[in-house]
Ligand binder design. Structure first.
Ligand code: ZN
Length: 307
C-alpha cells in the first residue's frame, strides 16, 4: 500500500509539474517554438520576405511558423474587425509589419501577450509604425520617428551609450545604401555570442537617428554611420532588446528589401542577419539560445551570404 501510495504521489507530482509548465507556456529545449509572423502592410516587399523568413526559421528545426496578415492599407475600418490574432497561442511574434495602426482590441491583445511573457522579434521597418501607441514605443525603445518624438541613443567609440535629447540632433533616416561593418557590442549575450567583434554586412540601409523613450535599452550591435555615405558620423544601434513585463522585445533594423528587389542582393541573406533573426526569435521566446551560428560567418572584411 505504501509503495502504491508513493508511486501515486510521484505520478501526481510529475503531472502537476507538467501542468504548471504547460500553463506557463514554457518552451523546453526539445519543443518546437510557435512563431506568429505578422505582415499585411509594408513599404518593403513583405509578400516575398515573409516566406523567406519562414524558410530561414524553419531550416533551424526549432520553429513552427504561422502568418497573420492585416487588411490592406486603406481598407475600411470594418475590415479590421476580423484582425484578431490569438497571440497567446504562440511563443513569439515576428513583426514584418509597417503600416496603419491597429484597432484597440489588437493592441490590447499584443500588450497582454508581451507583458505575460511573450516574445517579439521586430525586423527592419517593423520599428516604423505606431507613433500613436505609447506602450508599443516603450516596448520597442527606438523607432523611425522625427527628432521631436523622443530621445536618441547612440554609442561612443568605446561602446558606451550616449543619450541625445528630444529635438536635438537628427531624426530618423538613412544615407545611401552600402555594405558596412556591424560591431557586436555584447559578445556574451546568447543571441550574439560567438559572432565576430566586427562583421561585414552586405549592401543595406543603415538606419540613423531612431527616436523613442529609449529606456531599458540593451544594445547588442551597432554600425558606424559615416558622413560620406550620407549618415550621421555616429555609431547607430542595429540590434537591441528591451524587457517588457515578463516578455522580451528584440529589434533589428537590418534587412531592407525593396519591392521587386533581386533576391540575390537581399541583405537578409547575410549569415549575420540569419544568426540575429533565428537566435533573436528563439531567445525572445525562451530566454535561451540553442540554435548554432551559421557554419560560415562574415569577417571584418568579407560578407558571407547564405544561398
Ligand atoms: Zn528599408
Amino acid at each position: 500500500m505504501k509503495l502504491r501510495c508513493g508511486l501515486c504521489c510521484l505520478v501526481s507530482a510529475a503531472l502537476a509539474a507538467l501542468l504548471i509548465a504547460m500553463s506557463h507556456g514554457e518552451v523546453g529545449a526539445a519543443d518546437k517554438i510557435d512563431v506568429l509572423i505578422v505582415d499585411g502592410q509594408n513599404n518593403h516587399d513583405f509578400e516575398r520576405t515573409t516566406p523567406y523568413l519562414r524558410k530561414v526559421l524553419e531550416a533551424t528545426g526549432r520553429f513552427r511558423t504561422y502568418v497573420v496578415t492585416t487588411p490592406a492599407s486603406g481598407a475600411e475600418p470594418g475590415a479590421w474587425k476580423g484582425f484578431r490574432p490569438q497571440f497567446a497561442d504562440y511563443d513569439v511574434v515576428l513583426s514584418n509589419y509597417n503600416g496603419e495602426t491597429w484597432p484597440e482590441h489588437a493592441r490590447t491583445a499584443y500588450e497582454e501577450f508581451v507583458l505575460n511573457g511573450g516574445g517579439v522579434m521586430n525586423v527592419h521597418a517593423a520599428n516604423n509604425p505606431f507613433p500613436d501607441w505609447p506602450r508599443w514605443n516603450e516596448m520597442t525603445g527606438l523607432a523611425w520617428r522625427p527628432s521631436s518624438f523622443g530621445d536618441r541613443i547612440t554609442v561612443d567609440a568605446e561602446g558606451k551609450p550616449v543619450r541625445t535629447a528630444k529635438g536635438e540632433g537628427p531624426g530618423a533616416g538613412h544615407g545611401r545604401q552600402h555594405a558596412y561593418a556591424v560591431i557586436t557590442r555584447d559578445r556574451e549575450h546568447p543571441i550574439t555570442k560567438g559572432l565576430p567583434a566586427e562583421w561585414m554586412h552586405p549592401q543595406d540601409e543603415l538606419y540613423h537617428g531612431q527616436r523613442g523613450p529609449g529606456l531599458n535599452m540593451n544594445i547588442l550591435a551597432t554600425a558606424f554611420s559615416s558622413q560620406e555615405s550620407g549618415g550621421t558620423g555616429d555609431h547607430e544601434p542595429m540590434v537591441w532588446w528591451i524587457p517588457a513585463g515578463k516578455g522580451r522585445v528584440v529589434t533589428t533594423v537590418l534587412g531592407h528589401v525593396g519591392r521587386g528587389q533581386d533576391e540575390k542582393t537581399w541583405p537578409m541573406r547575410c549569415a549575420g542577419f540569419h544568426a540575429i533573426v533565428t537566435r533573436g526569435t528563439e531567445w525572445a521566446a525562451t530566454g535561451e539560445v540553442t540554435i548554432p551560428l551559421p557554419k560560415e560567418l562574415p569577417t571584418a572584411t568579407d560578407v558571407k551570404l547564405i544561398e
